[in-house]
Design a binder for this molecule. Structure first.
Ligand SMILES: *Cc1c(COP(=O)(O)O)cnc(C)c1O
Length: 235
């Protein structure tokens, strides 16, 4: 067979094996955690080409994540498989219109961005699923709403009916020990409860990356965002 077909076959085999391994680990972590949630595997394809998306789809993955709008759009144009696209990175307000082609915006981290997203969705006559990104650890390098500010934010989101507030997204500190990871993930879960108390149908918790997804699932994650464990390191 031509060399390019051979490369594709090798990539598909590797991704298939990685997805199988990850699914087993997710199932085990879910059983240990006892939250009984469904877990969606979001394959993070940033820096990888469209063939990574197609390999993930061939392995049964239906959800892919990208952190930059431009890179995502380029890939969307090249990919033919019907995956759901998640925007997992920080979104600039002037790119709010581009958000409409994603099935879920994980990084809604300010009221100004929320208003911009609402305005674009309204203009397009559609609604938009969003997660409130929270900064549980308080690291200044991370975006996200502080947990104490969430109740007031949740009230103001009621004025933006084109947004459907589906839950919470968070990122744990890199290389933190297990105790800190659990605190951060449990903190995100508490924020989800605050959104629900404010009347939002917020059932999702997007948390967990390659280094910490098993702990995240034990703590109730409904969406894990995995790049490195599926596709190898990004160079
Ligand atoms: C890159 C990225 C991921 C995936 O990270 P891995 O450690 O490669 O699994 C998850 N979430 C966000 C927001 C990212 O930017």
């Amino acid at each position: 067979m031509p060399i390019s077909d051979h490369v594709t076959a090798v990539l598909r085999g590797a991704v298939q094996d990685a997805v199988a391994e990850v699914r087993t680990r997710i199932a085990d972590a879910r059983a240990r955690g006892g939250h009984g949630q469904e877990v969606t595997l979001v394959a993070v394809t940033k820096t990888h080409g469209p063939e990574a998306v197609e390999a993930a789809y061939a392995a049964g993955v239906t959800d892919v994540g990208e952190n930059r709008v431009q890179e995502a759009e380029a890939k969307m144009a090249q990919v033919t498989v019907p995956v759901r696209w998640h925007l997992i990175g920080h979104l600039q307000r002037n790119k709010a219109r581009n958000a409409l082609q994603f099935s879920l915006i994980h990084g809604m981290d300010s009221e100004r961005l929320a208003v911009a997203l609402h305005d674009e969705a309204t203009r397009a006559g559609q609604s938009l699923d969003v997660l409130v990104q929270v900064n549980v650890s308080g690291e200044t390098s991370k975006s996200g709403v502080a947990p104490v500010d969430v109740p007031a934010f949740a009230e103001r989101l009621h004025r933006l009916p084109a947004l459907r507030v589906r839950g919470v997204m968070t990122m744990a500190p890199f290389d933190a020990d297990e105790r800190v990871l659990r605190e951060v993930f449990a903190g995100a879960r508490a924020v989800r409860t605050a959104l629900q108390s404010a009347g939002h149908a917020a059932e999702w918790l997007s948390m967990g990356m390659s280094g910490d997804y098993e702990i995240a699932v034990e703590e109730g994650a409904t969406h894990v965002r995995l790049g490195t464990v599926l596709f190898g390191s990004r160079t």
